[in-house]
Design a protein. Structure first.
Length: 294
């Protein structure tokens, strides 16, 4: 009789211990990022639903918010390289769009809108000046890491609003990684990085917002990533998927509060950031950050 009580006690104690333990021990790995200060950031045209040229932008505040992000990366031990902002390119702060770099190979961008077209050349010049030798000028429209996300197994590739489906074959051939094409269907989530974030590339672990994808693409994601963290609409609308993970720390917009606990439950350390002024351009943490994978 008493042994039954003991067993019950032991079982619940063990369960409690399991519950308090984080799911996994995570490790941060040092990263190299490319960013561009928002010296000339403004919203004077609208190429996504977040951009309203009639809404004023507080430029000093945008600068402070961006500097906080840059300094946070550095404080976490990452290297941040800087592009020189150009006065005629107000969206240049969204450095993720300028190229995709894997194994030191650079696939340049080709922007969908004329307003951002010249940014690609600024990125290519930077790569040339900084010792990158394998640089491809793309044949097809692709907006860099805005639409390409890298896991150890796949190159996930968004299409529907910006990057051309033809850029997917081009990226697959250039990087020699299997590309998984994903159809974006909601204009608010016009780039893949507004709806999906790689949390741990080595483990193929991601988080995403299903509502941004076509039914077929949702099924593809569910098959390939059955354990993904599924984000809900309010967190997606707060740009919570526009996040950057170093394997342990996940820097994400502070308003995406619904993601904090699910991330902690998986052993990640959420780092809330305020990039509210840059959201007026339709971008946040990830959009401001291009990862240089060497
Ligand atoms: N205003 C920019 C555009 O519409 C924002 C780009 C955001 N970047 C990103 N990686 N999602 O192109």
């Amino acid at each position: 009789m008493s042994s039954r009580t003991d067993r019950a006690f032991h079982r619940s104690a063990a369960e409690a211990a399991v519950r308090e333990e984080p799911a996994l021990t995570r490790d941060a790995t040092p990263r190299r990022y490319l960013m561009c200060a928002p010296d000339h950031f403004r919203v004077t045209y609208s190429i996504n639903p977040w951009m309203d040229p009639s809404k004023p932008v507080d430029l000093p505040l945008a600068m402070t918010q961006w500097e906080d992000l840059r300094d946070r990366y550095r404080a976490l031990g990452h290297t941040v390289e800087l592009l020189t902002p150009r006065p005629d390119l107000p969206d240049m702060v969204f450095a993720a769009n300028g190229a995709t770099v894997i194994d030191g190979r650079v696939l340049g961008a080709l922007f969908a809108y004329q307003e951002r077209y010249a940014e690609a050349g600024e990125h290519r010049d930077w790569f040339r000046a900084n010792g990158f030798t394998e640089i491809r000028e793309p044949d097809h429209v692709n907006e860099g890491e805005g639409d390409f996300a890298v896991t150890s197994t796949y190159l996930l590739a968004g299409r529907g609003f910006r990057s051309s489906p033809l850029s997917h074959d081009e990226a697959q051939e250039f990087f020699g990684r299997p590309v998984i094409g994903l159809d974006l269907v909601d204009p608010r989530y016009y780039h893949l990085d507004t709806a999906l974030c790689v949390l741990d590339e080595a483990a193929d672990e991601i988080m995403y917002y299903p509502g941004a994808f076509s039914p077929g693409s949702r099924s593809v994601l569910a098959r390939l990533f059955p354990d993904a963290l599924i984000a809900r609409e309010p967190d997606a609308a707060a740009f919570g998927l526009n996040a950057v993970s170093d394997g342990l720390h996940v820097l994400l917009p502070q308003a995406a509060t619904g993601l904090f606990d699910p991330l902690r439950d998986r052993g990640f350390d959420p780092v809330p950031m305020d990039l509210g002024e840059l959201l007026k351009g339709g971008g946040s943490v990830k959009c401001c950050t291009q990862e240089l994978r060497l």
